[in-house]
Design a protein around this ligand. Structure first.
Ligand SMILES: Cc1cc2nc3c(=O)[nH]c(=O)nc-3n(C[C@H](O)[C@H](O)[C@H](O)COP(=O)(O)OP(=O)(O)OC[C@H]3O[C@@H](n4cnc5c(N)ncnc54)[C@H](O)[C@@H]3O)c2cc1C
Length: 471
């Protein structure tokens, strides 16, 4: 049975009241237009439930009427998981569930609802002298439910882990409207399957997260941040090992960026000044946190040792918050800067960290053989083995024609190298609707069967984010 869009709006309005249902196309724009502008299907409606009970009522009704529901947070996802695929789904925005229910620094736990904007979660923790260390460039819009459902990573994964490691428990509404109350704050709990970890990273296909208990950490007193010049990814790998040996868990970021990324940002006036020590094949943004009692200067002495060992040729150490901000802006602008140079082909991949130099060398060579003049722009979370392996079109060619000819072919050669090196075709951003075909091709068939069995058990009518992830 499938309801008409009018019947869907009527049904939802009777549950939530008309004010909490958006049915007009123009007003749905903010919920439909995703960051990459790749997906353009309509929705039957957008529902804005004010509380958990309303989310339960929507799920019960949708399950009875076989209406597809797409949970949505900040709509910053990059694989089209939070926007329609079929054109007749209801987007369930969790934006109104935006209360931080509790911050308990003694227990090191914050309980936040799904609609809390990530940056507001940071502020709530900091107000109590603690830190929630999940930092993303999209943190001003991304919401806790979306961050967990995409198992987001970001720039602090090295020291603190990604969303799974930072979450102790979740509360979620199941497809039939029942509530799973897993809001615990236990370090140890071996009472069966880890349902929290199943819901995290499920992209809204197994349940609608309504709240979570999140881990808090001591707020560092300060940071030591540097932008260093490196000759090659091999040297970057050695530098990473040296820093891990000296800083251990205090090393929170090790991000690499090729010179072309700096050139593009300077060419398009995206930076007010060059944050680096000058041109170099590669730059690494490195950050070490300083907790109470730590002696300053750890990063400086480690970099001196790296210089002696000829792993780096030069470095700028941030001397002020403004320096640090400039360095991080350079890193965070890498995702958007390529659009200034025309068309680009992007991959969010990971390999075992020791294989990163091979990934970059073999992937760049394969793409250059295929599309002469293509410009490799691989950058990102080297410390996590996660590279955003992007390519810019050759200068001066027609972007549309370039994409039509090379987009798919470049994906194929890069994924081939990634899989050969034992890597993943989606390190951070997930599957959504962008990579469902790819998942079927590359995922172990037994793993796919297990995933389908879990989906069928928890959502037998397939109402939660239909068509996403498993296709
Ligand atoms: C500039 C930029 C930088 C980014 N940087 C990073 C990065 O460094 N690391 C990284 O991992 N990602 C990054 N992303 C991707 C994205 O921001 C993250 O995946 C983010 O966690 C998504 O949060 P959101 O609230 O916007 O989720 P949405 O985009 O709204 O949704 C994402 C997924 O979660 C599901 N979902 C949303 N809310 C719920 C809920 N309450 N219950 C169940 N399912 C739900 C949706 O259905 C969808 O499948 C970046 C994106 C941008 C635009």
């Amino acid at each position: 049975m499938s309801l008409s869009a009018n019947a869907i709006v009527t049904g939802l309005s009777s549950i939530l009241g008309a004010d909490a249902v958006i049915a007009e196309a123009e007003r749905m724009g903010a919920y439909l237009n995703e960051p990459r502008k790749r997906f353009h299907r309509a929705a039957a409606a957008v529902a804005l439930p004010p509380n958990v009970e309303a989310v339960q009522a929507i799920a019960r009704w949708a399950n009875e009427n076989r209406v597809g529901l797409i949970p949505q947070g900040g709509n910053t996802g990059l694989v089209g998981a939070q926007v329609p695929l079929l054109g007749n789904e209801v987007i369930v925005s969790l934006a109104r569930l935006d209360r931080v229910r509790a911050v308990d620094t003694a227990a090191g736990v914050m309980t936040a609802e799904a609609g809390v904007i990530l940056e507001n979660a940071h502020k709530a923790a900091e107000a109590e002298g603690a830190m929630f260390p999940l930092w993303l460039a999209s943190q001003g819009s991304a919401r806790i439910g979306g961050v967990l459902s995409s198992n987001a990573g970001g720039v602090n994964v090295l020291a603190y882990g990604n969303a799974r490691e930072l979450t102790m428990g979740v509360e979620a509404v199941l497809a039939d409207g029942r509530i799973y109350n897993g809001l615990n704050a236990l370090k140890k709990d071996n009472t069966g399957y880890d349902l929290k970890d199943l819901l995290i990273g499920a992209e809204g296909t197994l349940g609608i997260i309504t709240a979570a208990t999140l881990k808090l950490y001591p707020l560092p007193e300060d940071y030591e941040t540097a932008l260093v010049n490196i000759g090659s990814p091999e040297a970057a790998l050695d530098l990473f090992q040296l820093l891990k040996g000296r800083a251990g868990g205090r090393l929170n970021a090790f991000e690499i960026i090729p010179q072309i990324g700096l050139d593009i940002q300077l060419r398009h006036a995206m930076l007010d000044a060059d944050p680096s020590a000058g041109p170099s094949p590669w730059h690494a943004l490195i950050e070490v946190s300083r907790l109470t009692g730590n002696v300053p200067g750890l990063l400086q002495s480690a970099l001196e040792a790296a210089f002696e060992a000829e792993l780096i040729s030069d470095a700028v150490i941030a001397e002020s918050l403004a320096d640090r901000t400039r360095m991080w802006s350079f890193r965070e602008q890498m995702s958007e800067c390529q659009s200034k140079e025309g068309a680009s082909i992007k991959h969010d991949v990971s390999v075992p960290i020791a294989a990163i130099p091979r990934l970059i060398a073999e992937g760049s060579a394969a793409a250059e053989r295929l599309a002469p003049g293509i410009r490799p722009v691989p950058f990102g979370h080297m410390g996590d083995g996660n590279i955003h392996f992007n390519f810019s079109q050759p200068a001066g060619v027609d972007g549309k024609a370039f994409m039509a000819r090379y987009d798919e072919a470049v994906h194929e050669v890069i994924y081939e190298v990634v899989l050969k090196l034992g890597g993943s075709v989606s390190a951070e951003h997930g599957i959504g609707q962008l990579k469902t075909g790819l998942l079927k091709q590359v995922k172990d068939p037994v793993a796919l069967e297990m995933m389908r069995a879990i989906k069928t058990a928890l959502d037998p009518n397939g109402i939660l984010n239909p068509g996403k992830m498993l296709g």
